[in-house]
Write a protein that binds this ligand. Sequence first.
Ligand SMILES: *Cc1c(COP(=O)(O)O)cnc(C)c1O
Length: 388
Amino acid sequence: MKSENFETIAIRTQTERSLHKEHSAPIYLTSSYKFDDAEEMRALFANEKEGNVYSRYSNPNTSEFIEKMCLLEGAEDGFATATGMAAIFTTFGAFLKSGDHIVSSRSVFGSTHQLLTNVFSNWGVTFDYADLDKPQEWEDLIKPNTKMIFVETPSNPGIDIIDLEFLGDLAKKHSTLLVVDNCFATPYLQQPIQFGAHISIHSATKYIDGQGRVLGGIILGSKTLIAEVVGFARHSGPALSPFSAWVLSKSLETLAIRMDRHCENALKVAEYLEKHPKIKLVKYPFLPSHPQYAIAKKQMKQGGGIVTIVVDGGIEAARKFMDGLKMFSISANLADTRSIATHPATSTHSKLTEEQRNEVGIEQGSIRLSIGLEHINDILADIEQALA
Ligand SMILES: *Cc1c(COP(=O)(O)O)cnc(C)c1O
């Protein structure tokens, strides 16, 4: 029975059962596969026949995870990687050559910033940063050699948003690739391909696992583009492990129900903090006070699980609030069942200068709250007592 519904696809898309007729998918811990005869080996290597050859190329658990993600995101094909950064590196490696240029959102994951400034710049790829809240800047920065537009929306930790439909049209007009890091939203809340993105990337380490257990990543797109990604990835070797693929495919079974609760809890926290006298600013996509609220409502199903706040009193007050939390974990990670508080200026974004931090909306008093799945009363009570 084929379903159009997210929850059913996420649960019922399953690799073929083995002769043991297991209900839950088994783990295929095998590095390679055997061939019936010399002819089958030849045909598989010549791509005349479909099948597994070697787990750097494909594996039944990885294939199940990819198939689910493609259906959930509305993509034709995908390639799964060992980490989210491997997915970003592989995408850059597959599509960019010396002389190419990228227009990227200024606010990108710290390691993506390092890839752009310290790795691809050595290989002759140049880039310019544009701000999410200044759409005109994006078109102004496009040059004849611009090969790719790269964007994270909502951004980390600024929670800024850009209109994906606008970027999709821009990419079309200038014949560039539009690549979206869709990690904060997950396919449940936002499907960039629907708005004209060519490639959607996830760090599966975050909400897709959502339980802080494994690292993983995925690259999703059209058959033609993913064939280019696979051509690069098969030989450079960033493949996801079968064990992690098995964990991630299981995690997808509960993604919808987990995201519903993350979003419900996060909205309640955002609404509570917005009224609190000690809080200078609350950024959450589904708060009407968010500058891009209308765009968020258009392209996202719900607001996500991350709330960024600025406490009154700068770094001292921020640190005091963090140290006052009793249940929240202080960690650099996010998107876990456990609620987490992070101080970006002294952790994830400490390598940036204060000026660079200000440009991406990180103040000394900014705190990123990843709202978990504990009972909402306990989450609110912990925040309340820490602010007191
Ligand atoms: C965590 C993260 C990454 C990197 O993912 P890893 O799995 O840690 O390599 C990339 N982009 C965003 C937005 C992230 O939050």
